[in-house]
Design a binder for this molecule. Structure first.
Ligand code: TYD
Length: 233
């Protein structure tokens, strides 16, 4: 069975990863790859419901405090559904899968930010995701102060224009975000083969060029051409 290529994007809120994911999808498609994109939480109908529960800062007024473990297992329920419905079939069909956040986010946010530790997250990953690992993780980790500032500004704007509110995590303290940052650094040091860290505060275009180069070195620039003999039949 052909196996596609699995790339995840990671970073703090406001790190610019979503913009970079879209840019990479466009350039890979232009090279002839079939690209599947999704985000976590979300990316499936069930995942979108989970997303609105875990990200909306009004959830706690409606449902009460979500315990860190409940939050973690909701993230994994979302991920299990995304693997079954989107990621595994796309990889089996030979697609390049670009996923905006994956298990590293659970390790950084719930393991680091909520202080649940890494072990529990890695054990859940093995049990729930059958240890499906990305082939490559692009970790956007510019200096934390600029990232926090950008994320808060953007979410205020989003709430004003869309009327929806995805601020539950952004409302957390700076210490919470510093723990996430430190956990990401720990993951990158541990999984240095898989994780490529981009820690520069460069323009969108410059970062895209770096990402494009890293990805091009790892996957062929286009799928193997169909031999002329087959085309002539
Ligand atoms: P996202 O939509 O990627 O927001 P942004 O574009 O601002 O980065 O992320 C959703 C939020 O969910 C983000 O604050 C991180 C959080 N999250 C976790 O806490 N654990 C997880 O496992 C995942 C996937 C996301």
């Amino acid at each position: 069975m052909p196996r596609g290529y699995f790339i995840t994007f990671e970073g703090l809120d406001g790190s610019g990863k979503t913009t970079q994911l879209r840019r990479l999808a466009t350039s890979l498609e232009a090279q002839g790859h079939t690209v599947t994109t999704l985000r976590q939480p979300g990316g499936t109908a069930l995942g979108d419901r989970i997303r609105s529960v875990v990200l909306d800062s009004r959830t706690e007024a409606a449902l009460g405090t979500i315990s860190p473990i409940a939050e973690l297992t909701l993230m994994f329920a979302d991920r299990a559904q995304a693997i079954a419905e989107v990621i595994a079939p796309a990889l089996a069909a030979g697609h390049v899968v670009l996923c905006d956040r994956y298990t590293d986010s659970s390790e950084a946010y719930q393991g680091g930010g909520r202080q649940l530790g890494s072990e529990r997250i890695l054990a859940l990953h093995a049990a729930v995701c059958d240890n499906l690992q990305p082939d490559l993780t692009l970790l956007l980790l510019p200096p934390i102060d600029s990232t926090l500032h950008r994320a808060r500004r953007r979410n205020t704007r989003h709430t004003q224009t869309h009327g929806t509110d995805e601020n539950r995590f952004e409302r957390e303290s700076d210490d919470f975000h510093r723990r996430i940052y430190a956990k990401y650094q720990e993951i990158a040091a541990r999984d240095s083969q898989r994780v490529v860290t981009i820690d520069r505060n460069d323009s969108i275009e410059q970062i895209h060029k770096i990402i494009h180069r890293v990805v091009s070195e790892r996957i062929p620039s286009s799928p193997s051409p169909i031999p002329a003999s087959i085309l002539e039949v």
